[in-house]
Each structure stands twice: as structure tokens, then as C-alpha cells.
Design a protein around this ligand. Structure first.
Ligand code: ADP
Length: 326
């Protein structure tokens, strides 16, 4: 295999705080090892549109503390087509890029896997998503910051909630994964969390009401993961109005504040370690793996294992939440 001389880096899909710290780590580790770095703007969309710029160490100065991604991110329907990926490959070859580092979530790494197989390009994935829904890593970049944002917001809502006797549904992100809802609920001392992992098993709303959620409380806070199945916080509130009209229910949807803000130290350190590990992986001739952490050690996870593998919720966490909220 020819030695890698130039690495392209892109961020793709949903943005997450800490992506910049990862871009910085990849760029500087690559330059330290004598590699050239090309920043690709707007994810796969920018690769197809040829938005490729040479990166020096200064390009990533003063970004470790910034949320979002300086490379911008995008979704690209074109990259899902063979023609789109051909243009992407032609552009990257013309720019002299011979390996890619892709920072993103499940969708972005799925795209990376297909592209790598089609064109025999070495690609390393870095898990960047607030949802924490990639298998083979204990945490994804952005998850800890989002969790802390949720905690701060819900603490504020609780101040007003305790002044009234109400049921508060607070919707958080995580369409397919309840990590933010469940761990957020534990962190704020909420009564319950309604999460997608349990959606097909039980009627979580009926269970919540039947358990007598307000027996010893003035007001109750329930974190709800956004969901098409339950309709999220709005859908559940509608059900309460129809099925349990004796309760006064209020809804807050936290929305995009969960993606923003300066990354926590945990996310900055994780992003720095994974960015460094991505370049180490390329230098060791690894390809088509995601770098992750398990038990605080860096691990390399084949794309096939990292994506579309359900990362299970720890059921003990549900017990912690429910027992501690009596
Ligand atoms: P995330 O990476 O945050 O999960 P998306 O699911 O939106 O975000 O995926 C980001 C991008 O990855 C998509 O817009 C698309 O360009 C690419 N992608 C996702 N799935 C595929 C696929 N099956 N084939 C090729 N590219 C894909």
C-alpha cells in the first residue's frame, strides 16, 4: 500500500459541540507526522462541489472552545448516488487527497463505509453526534455538552415548575436513542424519562400515570425523547388532555439549543484523543474503522459494527431514575 501523504477532513450530518476540537486534533496530528491536510467544507456536499482548502496549523487556532464546526456541515442526497460519489472521488483525487477522516454520526459513517468499499479509499470515522447512538464507543463527541445544556435548561424550568402543580413534558433530542432523555432525567432529578428503546415494550405514559407520579410532589418533570412513534412531548401532552384531563400539562421543546454552546472539557478531551487516534490509525495502515473509547481506552471499531447496531440502554439506569424520584 502506498504511504499516505495527504489527508482530507470533513464534518457531516448533524453538528455537535466538540467537532472543532476534533478538526484541530486531526489537523495538527497529521501535520506533526508530515502529512498534508485538506479541509473539505460542507461535508460530502462540499466534496462533490469541490470546496477543498489546504489547512495549516493556523487554520485550527482558537477553535477548541467553539461549538459548531468551522468546516460547516451539510446533508447530501447526491452522495447517496453512484454518480455523486464518483464526482466526490474525482475531486478528492485531483486535490491529491489519499485518505479521509469523516467526523459525523450514523449516516455519515454509513456513507463513508460505502465510499471506502467502492473506491478503495482509506477512511477513518470519528463519532460526532449529540445522540450518543454509535455502537462500539462509550461516548460520542457532543453528547456530554448536550447533556449539560439539557441539565441547565431543565434546572431553570424546575424553578417555575415547583411554583405550580403541573406535569411538565420536556422534549430532548434523540429520535432513535434515549441516552439524552434518560441520563438527562437522572441529572436533573426528573420523575421519569420516556425513551424510544421502551416504546414498543410498554405504554410509558400509562405506566407513569398509574405509578401515581405526583403522590409526593408539587410538580413533575418528565424528559421525553423526540419520537415519531409517541409524537414526542406534544403527542404525549395531547394524550394526557384526552385520557387524563385531571392533570395540568405543559410542554417545552428544547430544540436546537441542545446542539450549541462551547464544548465541555469531557468533549474537548474526547475529541482531541480521537482526532489524534484517527491519524495514528492511518499511519498504522488501518482503514474503514471508527475510533472510539471503551472503558477510557481508545479502540478501533469496523464501520460495520459501529453503524446500525443498536447500542442498548442500561436498564439499571431506569431503576436509578425511578427509585430516586419517589
Ligand atoms: P448523521 O451523520 O448525523 O447521522 P445523516 O444521517 O443526515 O447525519 O447523514 C449525513 C450524510 O451522510 C447524508 O446527507 C449523506 O450524504 C450521507 N449518507 C447517509 N447515509 C448514506 C448512504 N446510505 N449512502 C451514502 N451516503 C449516505
Amino acid at each position: 500500500m502506498a504511504a499516505i501523504k495527504s489527508v482530507g477532513i470533513l464534518t457531516s450530518g448533524g453538528d455537535a459541540p466538540g467537532m472543532n476540537a476534533a478538526i484541530r486534533a486531526v489537523t495538527r496530528s497529521a501535520i506533526f507526522n508530515g502529512l498534508k491536510v485538506k479541509g473539505i467544507y460542507r461535508g460530502y456536499k462540499g466534496l462533490i462541489a469541490n470546496e477543498i482548502v489546504t489547512f495549516k496549523t493556523q487554520n485550527v487556532s482558537n477553535i477548541i472552545q467553539q461549538g459548531g464546526t468551522i468546516l460547516k456541515t451539510a446533508r447530501s442526497m447526491e452522495f447517496k448516488t453512484k454518480e455523486g460519489r464518483k464526482t466526490a472521488y474525482d475531486n478528492m483525487s485531483a486535490a491529491g487527497i489519499d485518505a479521509l477522516v469523516v467526523i459525523g454520526g450514523d449516516g455519515s459513517l454509513t456513507g463513508a463505509r460505502i465510499f471506502a468499499e467502492e473506491y478503495n479509499v482509506p477512511i477513518i470515522g470519528i463519532p460526532g453526534t449529540i445522540d450518543n447512538d454509535l455502537y462500539g464507543t462509550d461516548r460520542t463527541i457532543g453528547y456530554d455538552t448536550a447533556l449539560n445544556t439539557i441539565m441547565d435548561a431543565v434546572d431553570k424550568i424546575r424553578d417555575t415548575a415547583t411554583s405550580h402543580e403541573r406535569l411538565f413534558f420536556i422534549e430532548v433530542m434523540g429520535r432513535d436513542a434515549g441516552f439524552l432523555a434518560l441520563n438527562g432525567a437522572i441529572a436533573v432529578g426528573a420523575e421519569d424519562a420516556i425513551i424510544p428503546e421502551m416504546a414498543t415494550e410498554v405504554d410509558q405514559l400509562a405506566e407513569l400515570i398509574e405509578n401515581g407520579f405526583r403522590k409526593s410532589k408539587n410538580s413533575s418533570i418528565v424528559l421525553v425523547a423526540e419520537s415519531e412513534t409517541t409524537g414526542g412531548a406534544m403527542g404525549l401532552a395531547e394524550r394526557v388532555k384526552n385520557e387524563y384531563p385531571q392533570y395540568d400539562v405543559r410542554v417545552t421543546i428544547l430544540g436546537h439549543i441542545q446542539r450549541g454552546g462551547s464544548p465541555t472539557s469531557t468533549d474537548r478531551i474526547l475529541a482531541s484523543r480521537l482526532g489524534y487516534a484517527a491519524i495514528e490509525a492511518l499511519l498504522e495502515d488501518q482503514r474503514n474503522v471508527m475510533v472510539g473509547v471503551e472503558n477510557d481506552k481508545v479502540v478501533y471499531v469496523p464501520f460495520a459494527r459501529a453503524i446500525k447496531n443498536e447500542k442498548p440502554i442500561d436498564r439499571d439506569l431506569l431503576n436509578v431514575l425511578r427509585i430516586l424520584s419517589i
